[in-house]
Design a protein around this ligand. Structure first.
Ligand SMILES: *[C@@H]1O[C@H](CO)[C@@H](O)[C@H](O)[C@H]1NC(C)=O
Ligand SMILES: *[C@@H]1O[C@H](CO)[C@@H](O)[C@H](O)[C@H]1NC(C)=O
Length: 510
């Protein structure tokens, strides 16, 4: 494979793309000669551009025997640039409005209005397109108005002190952060606790780029947390600042070891935009004034007795013991799932998978004013799990509610959905132009940054050989892939293609 030298000086994007296209076609003509492709598969690979939603780098490859002209490609790549630029701008200009509106919400948590869900709809016109008729295909969620009214049977009763859940976001990459956050939201809903959103902080690999990019993120930058809380009786959220003002500065938090009133470090309530060290101070302190459940999703299933009835905790434990005696053959569930309304013990058995224990929400835990989910790898505390793998609600209706809630409300903000919708729309147009009347295209997520999984780093030609059987001739392909990493980590020959957005490193074994 030809080794391509990066351009020596910085060149404007359009020119860079053109340079890249030329280089790419020279690489590919060589591939064609070497690999003796079949007639139809005489693939001409044209690498185009790229969009990065958050940290995923995305690369578009057109596999077609006749490609669109370079002009077309440049036009499309410019649109891709635009999509990501819009997202960045949006993230920068979006202000955290959670505080004020939540304060209102808190004083008078209104009953959600049936059929009035903002999250249910998607209109991309205020977000730079595409037109509504194209945006609609992004909607995978549903609006089920009666779901808005469900409340956990564990929610504090009238006259009882409000109960909270605080948590530490996962320290991994964005998808891990998202998974753990969903699990926490699910736990807060199941316990009927007010979820305290962490302060805006740096997230691994997000905002590492140019200095103008936003660097501190809260979940409200990605998900409609505020609407989620407004539109669902089950969900209550406040910011860390509000929580500290409301409960810490008023002396309601006690050091668990000494029983004495404890104030946050420096009496600080606003921790937004904090550095890693400051964050450590805050979370170390939170761990001292809260109950930190030792719940390890690899070892246990988080179980919630039906109807908030603690007397049935023992029944749950009995079920678990019966299951443990019988043993679980997880293969027996493949293609043969337990019905959603199946008996609690059958559902528990399937959900336990290979875990032995239950982590039960018992009376002692319910009494705690604040439970805190820590992310401490050394202590085995990390909620790196899908919510549906970890949460078990004995009442099948509540369990189903939880799954619908995640599907219907835990979805990305409109501007992110719309950035994706623009790409899908553009891909469909391009696919039509490439001869597919329905605008169908294929897409791949090719991870190259997983250095603990070295066997994933195979040459591009090998990937192409492996996947070709799944592709229709003349199909149009969208590839999401990762940014190249430090050359020292790559013990192989590499081809590097520089664009204004990314470095794509194609590893070759010889
Ligand atoms: C923090 O605030 C509390 C309550 O106003 C006060 O008693 C305490 O001395 C303050 N601590 C510091 C370190 O300022
Ligand atoms: C692929 O596209 C080219 C050019 O449009 C066309 O001539 C060819 O028949 C197509 N091949 C298939 C298998 O559709």
């Amino acid at each position: 494979m030809t080794r391509l030298k990066p351009p020596a000086r910085k060149i404007p994007p359009a020119v860079a793309d053109q340079a890249k296209l030329k280089k790419t076609s020279s690489v590919n003509s060589q591939n064609n000669n070497n690999n003796n492709h079949t007639r139809q598969g005489k693939l001409q690979m044209v690498l185009i551009l790229v969009m990065a939603v958050c940290m995923g780098m995305t690369l578009y490859v057109n596999v077609t025997s006749t490609s669109a002209s370079n002009m077309d490609m440049i036009q499309y790549s410019a649109a891709f640039h635009q999509a990501i630029e819009d997202f960045r701008q949006g993230a920068m200009s979006r202000k955290s409005t959670t505080t004020t509106s939540n304060q209102q919400q808190q004083s008078s948590k209104q009953q959600p209005v049936l059929g009035d869900s903002l999250i249910a709809k998607l209109s991309c016109e205020p977000h730079g397109g595409p037109a509504d008729e194209f945006a609609q295909e992004m909607i995978y969620w549903e609006d089920i108005p009666s779901d808005a009214l469900w409340v956990s049977p564990f929610r504090q009763k009238r006259g009882e002190h409000r109960r909270y859940m605080t948590f530490e976001p996962d320290g991994g990459g964005w998808n891990n952060i998202r998974m753990a956050m969903e699990t926490v939201v699910g736990l807060a809903a199941a316990m009927g606790r007010t979820l305290v959103l962490p302060p805006q902080k740096q997230m691994y690999l997000l905002g590492k780029g140019d200095n103008k990019q936003k660097r501190h993120f809260g979940f409200e930058d990605f998900f409609p947390m505020q609407q989620m809380a407004m539109e669902n009786a089950a969900i209550d959220m406040i910011t860390m600042k509000e929580f500290l003002e409301l409960e810490a500065m008023t002396g309601n938090l006690k050091d668990k070891a000494t029983g004495r009133t404890s104030f946050p470090p420096y009496n600080r309530t606003d921790w937004n935009g904090l550095s890693g060290m400051e964050y450590d101070e805050l979370r170390e302190w939170l761990r001292t004034v809260t109950l930190v459940p030792q719940w390890n999703p690899e070892k246990c299933l988080a179980a919630f007795p039906a109807n908030g009835d603690h007397s049935s905790v023992q029944e749950l434990i009995d079920m678990q013991q019966t299951i443990h005696k019988e043993g679980i053959k997880i293969e027996s569930y493949i293609g043969n799932p337990v019905p959603v309304d199946g008996p609690p013990i059958d559902r528990m058995k399937e959900n336990l998978n290979n875990r032995r224990d239950l982590c039960v929400y018992d009376e002692a835990m319910e009494k705690e004013m604040v439970v805190h989910f820590a992310c401490a790898h050394k202590l085995g505390l990390r909620l790196l799990v899908h919510f549906y793998e970890f949460l078990y609600l004995e009442d099948w209706k509540e369990d189903l509610w939880m799954k619908r809630f995640m599907r219907d409300h835990m979805r990305y903000n409109d501007d992110i959905q719309c950035a994706a919708a623009r790409l899908v729309h553009m891909m469909r147009q391009l696919a039509r132009k490439n001869g597919n009347p329905t605008g169908e295209f294929d897409s791949f997520h090719i991870r190259r940054g997983d250095f603990q999984y070295k066997n994933t780093r195979i040459p591009a030609e090998e990937i192409l050989t492996n996947i070709r059987q799944y592709l229709t001739p003349n199909t149009t392909i969208f590839i999401a892939t990762m940014k190249g990493t430090s050359p020292s980590l790559n013990q192989c020959e590499s081809t590097t293609i520089y664009t204004s957005w990314m470095t794509l490193r194609i590893c070759c074994r010889e």
